[in-house]
Ligand binder design. Structure first.
Ligand code: GDD
Length: 330
């Protein structure tokens, strides 16, 4: 019988890559969705099964897990855009933080009636925040700098606690920034690739950005979902850092993207103080050694290639009149 996976956040970038990966691995894939009215839900491929549920609603999660009886649950659902977490701090705590508690409880209750359910929590490098050491590893202390980072830290520790308290197979992947042509338009890589494409096609002349000096460890989302799956296949449940081990500034990202389209970034980019965050994460850089040695995981797409891939994809999308807001599923 096919193994069954239940994914929260299936309409997002990571949900789409993970679902495709698990389907290719022969899984029966289920997505937890709040309703059918979201146009992204209507566009999900037919071979993905849907079950209703909401990370804000404990009962709905118990019903969903009971109905699907998954072998594996991947919790990717979250309010994931960091600036929004200052505007909606309480909602972020409820969805991104308490949502983890509700899903762990649903799994605990349902698996007490027999059958192991393995749990993957999408933890984030945002938990490192004001970093205590570089590069960051599985044991680097956290100092989150946004309500989002704080909510993710809660979910991370809770996952660890359920593993220790109940012996559950529950793990967290501490994922550094991961991007693709399916990335939401509000995140900086996609904002830049779309901006470059618009300028190249004569649809815009300028691109306004915030802090150009922040540094991130950017990898390809398609690689990172393989790591999520691998973490649930090993003998012992453990947490892993997933990143490339390289760090670039937003300025370097901008340079690479404009260069990929043969444009001079300094003629178009405007640094806008109003787009700076109340508290910034200045530098992230992963040490993915544990994932490499214990999971055999490697990133396959270098930064420059990733940026060129995104610019090329957005040039194609905009030339064909596509909607950049709706690209998490191809
Ligand atoms: N979004 C955005 N827009 N970011 C900008 C801009 C801008 O105009 N200008 C500069 N930046 C800087 C931000 O200040 C930040 O330092 C960096 O670009 C990256 O911002 P995002 O792409 O929005 O991602 P993030 O690092 O805040 O968070 C992403 O990665 C996390 C993993 O570390 C999100 O995907 C999180 O959900 C994820 O957990």
């Amino acid at each position: 019988m096919a193994r069954r996976a239940l994914i929260t956040g299936i309409t997002g970038q990571d949900g789409s890559y993970l679902a495709e990966h698990l389907l290719a691995e022969g899984y029966e894939v289920w997505g937890l969705v709040r309703g059918q009215s979201n146009p992204r839900v209507a566009r999900l491929p037919k071979d993905i099964h849907l079950v209703r549920g909401d990370l804000l609603d404990q009962g709905s999660l118990i019903s969903a897990v009971e109905r699907v009886r998954p072998d594996e649950v991947y919790n990717l659902g979250a309010i994931s855009f960091v600036p929004m977490s200052w505007e909606q701090a309480e909602l972020t705590a409820e969805v991104t933080g308490m949502g983890v508690l509700r899903m762990l409880e649903a799994i605990r209750v349902c698996s007490s009636r027999g059958g192991e359910i393995r749990f993957y929590q999408a933890s984030s490098s945002e938990m490192f925040g004001q970093v205590r050491e570089t590069p960051q590893t599985e044991v680097t202390p956290f100092h989150p700098r946004s309500p989002y980072g704080v909510a993710k830290a809660y979910g991370h520790f809770l996952t660890q606690n359920y593993r220790e308290s109940y012996g559950m197979y529950a793990v967290s992947g501490i994922l550094f920034n991961h991007e693709s042509p399916r990335r939401g338009a509000e995140f900086v890589t996609r904002k830049v690739s779309l901006g470059v494409a618009r300028i190249k096609l004569g649809l815009a002349t300028e691109l306004r950005l915030g802090n150009l000096e922040a540094r991130r460890d950017w990898g390809f989302a398609g690689d990172y979902v393989r790591a999520m799956h691998l973490m649930l296949q090993v003998g012992k449940p453990e947490d892993y850092v997933i990143g490339t081990g390289r760090t670039q500034s937003v300025r370097e990202l901008v340079e690479a993207a404009f260069t990929a389209a043969d444009l001079d970034w300094e003629r178009h980019v405007i640094a806008d103080q109003s787009l700076h965050r109340p508290a910034e994460v200045d530098l992230l850089c992963a040490d993915p050694k544990k994932a490499r040695t214990q999971l055999g995981w490697e990133p396959t797409v270098p930064f420059e290639e990733l940026v060129a891939m995104m610019v090329e994809s957005d040039l194609r999308l905009l030339s064909e009149g596509g909607d950049p807001q709706d690209s998490s599923w191809p």
